[in-house]
Design a protein around this ligand. Structure first.
Ligand SMILES: *Cc1c(COP(=O)(O)O)cnc(C)c1O
Length: 404
């Protein structure tokens, strides 16, 4: 089990085995060990003598004790596990949140004077980073239509250093033509970074598909229980040095307790994702036929822009999608959401519990237009029974129609 085994083993087996190196689980008495790598809490690392102190100070201290900020076996185990889930990857580093992972990866590859391409459907804090800190650093961001595939070549300039991707897009779930965009980037020596939080490496193995840096808000499906913040960046072969250097300089690190919760969550991620995906698809299909529902933005359904690319490129669907309502306004939408019994009202997603939030994509677009016949809602489908969630949504839609 020490190195995750060959890629041919199943997803359940892979997440159970990943990152559990013998050297990180072995006990003080020979021939024993714990199942989970324990929580190593540390700032100071003690060295036996000056020679040992000098010997352990290396530019890359991944997998060796040096100083608490550079991690302990608890963080390395989770990082290694995520690397093992991405065939072709060199290494993974952890961050205190998904946003910190996105910021660190972009700062690792961009310099003043560079041009950056970001999809118009990107997660709002990614837009905010581009329009704020990156702009202040002299990096110019151009937002692009997420449905632009090979056509992105027309936007590439001599100083285009990176293309950021997020597929499906936040809130509106546009599926991008990742292979076409990767081909354009590779031909021009442009770095690609993908926010792969929705699919995870289990539904879209990004590095194997040619992405240079794949980013997860591990807060979502990796942690899986809505009780810790965590991010990760996995680098393709040859891309790790730049990431490590920037990450060390920025002082990014993760507590061993949070890394432990990430590892704990990861063990059931394949199982959870399968159930989230199955229930979400059942519910999305049911919603599609209901009065009051205009469109269901689920990548596996034809209402969703780019859904044919989803069927071509992804191994399955996750548990997050949106619904566009027919007519009605703010009040009718609130009547639907407020009375839900099994859906919490709150940000984030990927935990075991269902969530519903109002979304207003028109406020976070600059080069594409969001047009809809009514308000929209984003649903995170949890691990409750889908029949109970459908009954809840059925009552919610009745409230919506009565108010609209
Ligand atoms: C939540 C989210 C993030 C940010 O993750 P945090 O851990 O909340 O900082 C990034 N990208 C996407 C697509 C997300 O949904």
């Amino acid at each position: 089990m020490s190195n995750g085994g060959p890629a041919a083993i199943g997803d359940g087996t892979r997440v159970v085995a990943a990152g559990r190196r013998k050297e990180w689980t072995q006990g003080p008495n020979q021939g024993t060990g714990t199942v989970n790598p324990p929580v190593w809490r540390a700032s100071t690392i003690l060295y036996d003598d000056v020679a040992a102190l000098r010997a352990n100070n290396a530019p890359d201290t991944h997998h060796r004790l040096f100083y608490g900020r550079r991690g302990t076996p608890t963080q390395w185990s989770l990082a290694d596990a995520l690397t093992q889930l991405e065939p072709g990857a060199e290494a993974t580093l952890l961050y205190p949140s998904g946003v910190a992972a996105i910021a660190s990866a972009l700062l690792a590859v961009l310099s003043p004077g560079d041009h950056l391409l970001v999809p118009d459907s990107a997660y709002d804090p990614t837009r905010s980073l581009a329009n704020g800190l990156l702009k202040r650093m002299g990096i110019e961001t151009e937002f692009y239509d997420p449905l632009m595939g090979a056509g992105i070549a027309a936007l590439c300039r001599d100083n285009t250093a990176a293309i950021f991707l997020e597929s499906p897009g936040s809130l509106t779930f546009e599926v991008q033509d990742i292979p076409a965009i990767v081909a354009v980037a590779r031909a021009r020596g442009i770095v690609t970074l993908l926010d792969n939080t929705w699919a995870t490496p289990l539904l879209f193995p990004a590095i194997a598909r040619g992405i240079d840096y794949t980013i997860l808000a591990a807060t979502k499906y990796v942690v899986g229980h809505s009780d810790a913040m965590l991010g990760s960046v996995t680098a393709a072969k040859g891309r790790y040095d730049a990431l490590r250097t920037a990450t060390y300089q920025l002082g990014q690190c993760v507590s061993p307790d949070d890394a432990y919760l990430g590892s704990r969550g990861l063990r059931t991620m394949a199982l959870r994702l399968k159930q989230h995906g199955e229930s979400a698809l059942t519910i999305a299909r049911w919603l599609k036929g209901q009065p009051g529902v205009a469109r269901v933005l689920h990548p596996a359904l034809p209402d969703c822009p780019g859904h044919e690319l989803f069927h071509r490129d992804f191994k399955g669907a996750a548990g997050l999608f949106s619904v566009v309502l027919e007519g009605g306004g703010e009040q009718a939408r609130a009547a639907l959401i407020d009375g839900l019994e099994h859906f919490g009202i709150g940000y984030s997603w990927g935990g075991y519990e269902s969530l519903a939030i109002p979304i207003d994509p028109q406020h976070v677009r600059s080069v594409t237009r969001w047009e809809a016949p009514g308000p929209a809602i984003r649903l995170q489908i949890g691990l409750e029974d889908s029949a109970d969630l459908i009954a809840d949504l059925d009552r919610g839609l009745a409230r919506f129609r009565a108010t609209a």
